[in-house]
Design a protein around this ligand. Structure first.
Ligand code: DO4
Ligand code: MG
Length: 284
């Protein structure tokens, strides 16, 4: 089942259930996605809610699909794929061993990525910093966690990054990772699937420039070095998230060193079982 947050032509953002025929059901009796994600059986709850044949239904084309979060902080894991470790060791002169060590260490790298209100929705513009010459998207599976730290669903995340700023000095990581338009999420939260199945999914990244494909690559979720439970446990260790959290699981796709995003590029990330998150690129 696929949950979304949408806005019909008039009105406030609403939680919805996306159906196979490209329509969305307004989950009338639920005011927030968060409340639904907090229930012990999200799928069972959705089955009960959708027995009501009178729920308003909209064509997906007629609504705006919003980033599927409300008050959840967004965090990200790093160096969880070999590809990410290698690219970062190559771009960084004196911090290379930090990446090497964290890839092997028991404690994962986890960093704060975005406040919910700053997250970019599907179809909106993600940002590249005007003081960076080497920006890339990072296509990542994102875990949707409730306040108990349980993985209740999966969405797509784009952890936009400035490689030159991170590569210059690891202490600049927050500037390389957190700026206007640096995090996009969506289009839906897939619920009712377990890690074993999700690990079989492919993640694909396409970048289009003036309508032409300039980058195209894919990887498998199976290549994430750590279990989802392990990542969630570290995030929730010594910290509470009253509204739950979204945790990006790291990138396994890094474009070649010669590639940098430009204004007007289109970033298209597809993950099996979830869908496609597409954003244009704009300098901030
Ligand atoms: O270590 C810096 C960030 C790593 C990251 O964002 C990733 O591996 O996806
Ligand atoms: Mg990343």
């Amino acid at each position: 089942m696929k949950l979304c947050r949408f806005r019909a032509r008039t009105g406030l953002p609403r939680p919805g259930l996306v159906l196979g025929d490209d329509t969305v059901l307004d989950l009338m009796s639920v005011n927030e996605l968060t409340a639904l994600l907090e229930t012990s059986d999200v799928v069972g709850q959705l089955e009960t809610l959708t027995r009501d044949a009178n729920l308003p239904r909209f064509a997906l084309n007629d609504v705006r699909v919003l980033a599927p979060l409300e008050r959840q902080e967004v965090w990200a894991a790093g160096v969880t794929y070999l590809r990410s470790k290698k690219a970062r060791m190559d771009e960084s002169k004196f911090s290379a061993t930090a990446y090497d060590r964290v890839y092997e260490a028991a404690r994962p790298e986890l960093f704060f990525k975005s406040m919910p209100e700053k997250v970019v929705s599907p179809g909106e513009a993600v940002g590249i910093r005007s003081d960076s010459k080497w920006s890339i998207p990072e296509p990542e599976l994102a875990l949707v966690l409730n306040s108990r730290g349980e993985v209740v669903g999966y969405t797509i995340g784009n952890d936009m990054s400035s490689r030159d700023i991170e590569g210059e000095n690891l202490l600049y990581l927050p500037q390389a990772k957190i700026y206007s338009g640096s995090c996009a999420l969506g289009p839906v939260i897939r619920v009712g699937v377990f890690e074993d199945e999700v690990r079989k999914w492919q993640i694909a990244l396409q970048i289009l420039r003036a309508g032409e494909k300039v980058f195209d690559s894919s990887t498998s979720v199976a290549n994430v070095r750590r279990s989802f439970g392990e990542l969630a446990r570290y995030l929730f260790s010594c910290q509470t998230f009253p509204h739950g959290a979204v945790l990006l699981t790291g990138t396994g796709i890094v474009p070649p060193d010669s590639f940098a995003l430009q204004t007007g590029d289109v970033v298209r990330i597809t993950i099996d079982g979830i869908g496609t998150l597409e954003n244009t690129v704009q300098m901030v």
